[in-house]
Design a protein around this ligand. Structure first.
Ligand code: HEC
Length: 149
């Protein structure tokens, strides 16, 4: 406490302390995230993120099933993220056209992965298609972030 009082007694030190405090706080308040922010209501953000988590469950499901060459389980895990599960259209108006296009393509790829993973080559087909499909995940994540208004 002694040193604090010594600073307060010297106005120039108060200025130095303020500048130092501001500089220390900057990294917390200023994000370095330069991705395009999609501004949407909290319920929309929650719906998009729930859909994302479901797709990660499908990635895990397809890979786990592939390690056992369980074709039926591969198809089931992939179909769970197909067009049928696409997000509630209520929030589509907040999403940029490019985002919607990439999202749609991703759901379609889940359906085609499910359809193509048949027969003796099912395992290899699923893994090859999953590699292609997950580049959509990476591409979109590198471009967009969500921000609640
Ligand atoms: C069309 C764009 C788009 C595609 C395609 C996409 N994502 Fe996302 N995803 C996002 C955005 C935007 C966020 C939020 C990122 C942020 O705000 O930092 C996100 C967040 C997530 C999260 C975090 C969820 C949470 O609860 O915080 C996971 C997991 C995820 N995505 C998985 C995936 C997987 C797996 C795929 C591909 C199979 C995928 N995403 C494809 C746009 C996309």
């Amino acid at each position: 406490m002694d040193s604090v009082w010594r600073i307060v007694k010297h106005p120039s030190m108060v200025a130095v302390a303020l500048v130092a405090a501001t500089a220390c706080r900057a990294p917390e308040t200023q994000s370095t995230d330069t991705r395009t922010a999609i501004v949407l209501p909290a319920a929309g953000r929650d719906a998009v993120l729930a859909e994302m988590r479901a797709m990660l469950v499908s990635v895990n499901g397809v890979l786990s099933a592939a390690t056992h060459s369980d074709t039926a389980a591969i198809r089931q895990a992939a179909a769970a993220s197909g067009m049928a599960m696409a997000a509630d259209p209520t929030f589509e108006k907040y999403l940029p056209p490019e985002f919607l296009k990439l999202g749609l393509n991703t759901h379609q790829q889940w359906d085609s992965l499910a359809a193509a993973s048949r027969g003796p080559a099912a395992r290899d087909t699923a893994i090859a298609r999953l590699a292609r499909l997950t580049s959509n995940c990476d591409g979109c994540h590198a471009t967009y972030r969500l921000s609640v208004r």
